[in-house]
Design a protein around this ligand. Structure first.
Ligand SMILES: [Zn+2]
Length: 402
């Protein structure tokens, strides 16, 4: 994917550079791409000459934004939970679904059973759908193995996605996603999770470390043990925090200067203050809120007032957010949570890059990676406004039109 492409000149377009406090609109603009990076952006009048070898593309007034970044997904997993969904919609209780073999451990069983080729096939189907939302970078978590072999299989598949499609992938080790039935969480951490992290990090399969901090997951003391090991290995951390209850997980994440704290429906002012004095991004996941019919909304106004950067992601996963459209997540973040269309787009570009620790992505500016999305609309608010639309025209990944 990353081999050298000829210089590319995108002309006659409208830019939303996302470089400042607003969209950074530039009309009648041109973008010059060289060596996979943006060499120039600005009004056409400011560009003096273009090399003859360049491929010039007239975008006929279309909108150009940074390629979208989905900074929180569980894209690689086995099985489907559609039958469980059907049971739920027919009135089955959580216990009945559990007894019928549903819930997260049905995904664990299916993921353990699936071959690497099968996991790759189904992940590619979901990835293809995501890319139709203009996604050029995606984060993919492990966490449905809860044993070394399966966690490794998931991360290997996540890495392979990059070879199969024009996309950038960041991998996250989420061995602390759930406590295997019959296990003690501390024993699971010591005997399985921490040794697996060490080995998978040594194999270069881990870009970041995540955990599910919740009454039904891991408590802050256990998460802290995991984070200390991540720190020792030089890996950044992030955390599923305050989704279903308030455990001060977001404060813990901020104290470790985590890349992000994700969900945050039950975050308190103390959590927000801690995040505001760290570099931790607040990642909004409206898909799970919607699918689980939750009522507690994340404290958007308080996060905004404290100046905590907010990102938006699909949280694609079989149990609580079988969503493969980042544009739909943007729409939901505005309607369900009250983000503005500008915040929703910042949340899938500049702030999503920050949530992944990426420095030269997510903004259309000279020197940044040439990952772009070209849209069949003229105003960027269209991207959060449409429900189920298909406004994508083309993507550019690493300087290549695709
Ligand atoms: Zn998640």
């Amino acid at each position: 994917m990353m081999e050298e492409a000829p210089p590319l000149v995108l002309t006659n377009c409208r830019l939303a550079t996302m470089a400042g406090a607003d969209y950074g609109l530039v009309d009648d603009a041109v973008v010059v791409i060289r060596h996979q990076h943006i060499a120039f952006t600005g009004p056409r009048s400011a560009l003096s000459n273009v090399e003859v070898s360049a491929e010039v593309i007239d975008l006929r007034g279309r909108l150009l934004t940074p390629g979208l970044i989905d900074c929180h997904t569980h894209l690689v997993h086995g099985g489907s939970r559609a039958e469980e969904f059907e049971m739920r919609q027919n009135g089955a209780s959580y216990e009945e679904i559990s007894r019928a073999g549903g819930g997260i451990f049905s995904t664990v069983r299916a993921t353990r059973k699936a071959t690497e080729a099968q996991l790759l096939d189904t992940a590619l189907q979901r990835l293809d759908a995501l890319m139709l939302s203009g996604v050029t970078t995606v984060e993919v978590k492990s966490g449905y193995g809860l044993d070394l072999a399966t966690e490794k299989k998931m991360l290997r598949v996540a890495r392979r996605l990059e070879a199969e499609r024009p996309i950038r992938v960041l991998t996250t080790f989420l061995g602390a996603h759930a406590v295997p039935p019959g296990s003690d969480p501390d024993a699971y951490l010591d005997d399985v999770c921490l040794p697996a992290l060490l080995q998978l990090a040594e194999e270069g399969l881990v870009d970041a470390v995540d955990a599910f901090c919740e009454g039904i997951g891991f408590n802050p003391t256990q998460v802290e043990r995991l984070f200390r090991e991540a720190q020792r290995l030089g890996l950044p951390v992030k955390l599923h925090a305050e989704q279903l209850s308030s455990l001060s997980g977001a404060t813990l994440a901020a104290n470790f200067n985590a890349l992000s704290a994700d969900h945050l429906e039950y975050a308190t002012q103390a959590d927000i203050d801690a995040m505001a004095s760290s570099d931790t991004v607040a990642v909004m996941l409206p898909g799970a809120f919607y699918f689980l019919r939750e009522a507690q909304k994340p404290p958007i106004s308080a996060l905004r007032a404290a100046g905590v950067p907010m990102a938006v992601a699909t949280d694609n996963n079989p149990g609580s957010s079988p969503m493969t459209s980042l544009l739909l997540a943007m729409n939901m973040s505005t309607i369900l949570f009250g983000l503005t269309p500008l915040e929703a787009l910042q949340g899938t570009t500049v702030n999503a890059a920050k949530a992944l620790g990426l420095e030269k992505v997510g903004i259309l500016e000279q020197g940044f990676q040439a990952d772009l999305a070209v849209w069949d609309v003229t105003h960027p608010a269209e991207l959060a406004y449409q429900i189920g639309g298909a406004p994508l025209h083309r993507r550019v990944v690493g300087g290549r039109l695709c």
